[in-house]
Write a protein that binds this ligand. Structure first.
Ligand SMILES: [Fe+2]
Ligand SMILES: [Fe+2]
Length: 316
């Protein structure tokens, strides 16, 4: 019942936005490449009183929980081809062309005790996950993305709190880490289009999240240096997993189905993109996360704070 009300509210908010418009044209270049969009928003127009009443009554009849009192409208956004932007979870300016030229074979050789601890912990978790998922690549990827999206959020949150506590800038690292978490969540939103989790997998996710979030929170408080190294190795394993997934697609073990619509818009893929294209760009993302986290750990290894090094904001 609750989610029906929420959905209805959002739908009605969108409808109310259609009366209010302002055009903003933006063209390519910069972070957005050749992508541009048309945005129509948000300044409310003053209506005649009787019209307002009539609209309000109509709204009451069709959906009693909707109110335009707060003036909240969702901006109307269009794709480059003029079609309406269908997603709420990300906007065109958050989509990007993936840099798939990144080296997917890089590895940080563990040297210190902390590095070795992080590396062996990840390898141990890898053995467990391989035992559980075997060659169910899609399911494996989907479940791991539910974990992969946690560290960036925890790290970003703790840096945020530190910034508040110490009255300090953090050099863009909060944003960089939250971007990583969001990017991982988009991997999950994509995988969910391809694999439907069963009830016991959902239960596993809830349990794993409860354990991993709290464990990583304490881990990051105790040593951000080792925590980032741990994530760097997790990302190395993610690259390996997606390489295996690609090999399975190429050998025909996994069907190379059409790419989900959400993936086409998020990574600006061609309309006829396939699963192979999607896994290729996700693997490139994982390689970027690997580098960001090993870099963050290296900064701590040098006895410095993250804010003293350039934050990889918008690094894909
Ligand atoms: Fe991911
Ligand atoms: Fe990742």
């Amino acid at each position: 019942m609750k989610h029906i009300l929420v959905r209805s509210t959002v739908r009605a908010l969108f409808r109310s936005g259609q009366n209010y418009h302002r055009n903003v044209h933006r063209h390519g270049g910069g972070a957005f490449g050749s992508f541009y969009w048309r945005r129509m928003s948000t300044l409310p127009e003053k209506k005649e009183d009787h019209q307002s009443d009539s609209d309000e009554n109509n709204n009451k009849n069709s959906n009693p929980v909707v109110s335009s009192y707060w003036g909240i409208t969702r901006p109307k956004v269009h794709r480059e081809d003029g079609t309406e932007w269908p997603w709420n979870c990300f906007m065109p300016w958050e989509s990007y062309n993936s840099d798939v030229s990144i080296d997917v074979t890089k590895h940080h050789v563990p040297t210190t005790f902390g590095d070795k601890f992080a590396f062996r912990s990840v390898k141990f978790l890898r053995v467990l996950s391989d035992l559980y998922f075997k060659e169910r690549y899609g399911c494996h990827a989907m479940m791991l993305e539910t974990i992969a999206a946690v560290p960036g959020m925890v790290g970003g949150m703790l840096l945020h709190l530190k910034s508040l506590r110490k009255f300090q800038h953090t050099g863009g690292w909060i944003k960089a880490l939250l971007e990583e978490a969001e990017n991982e969540r988009m991997h999950l939103m994509t995988m969910v289009e391809l694999v439907k989790p069963s009830w016991h997998e959902r239960l596993l996710v809830i349990t794993a999240q409860g354990v991993f979030f709290n464990a990583f929170f304490v881990f990051y408080l105790f040593s951000p240096k080792i925590a980032h190294r741990f994530v760097g190795y997790l990302e190395e394993e993610a690259v390996i997993s997606y390489t295996q997934h690609l090999n399975a697609i190429e050998s025909g073990k996994v069907e190379n189905v059409a790419a989900p619509a959400i993936a086409i818009d998020y990574w600006r893929l061609p309309k006829d993109a396939t699963l192979k294209d999607v896994i290729t760009v996700i693997r490139a993302d994982e390689a970027h996360h690997r580098d960001v986290n090993h870099f963050a750990s290296d900064i701590h290894h040098q006895g410095k704070e993250l804010k003293e090094a350039p934050a990889p904001v918008g690094y894909h």
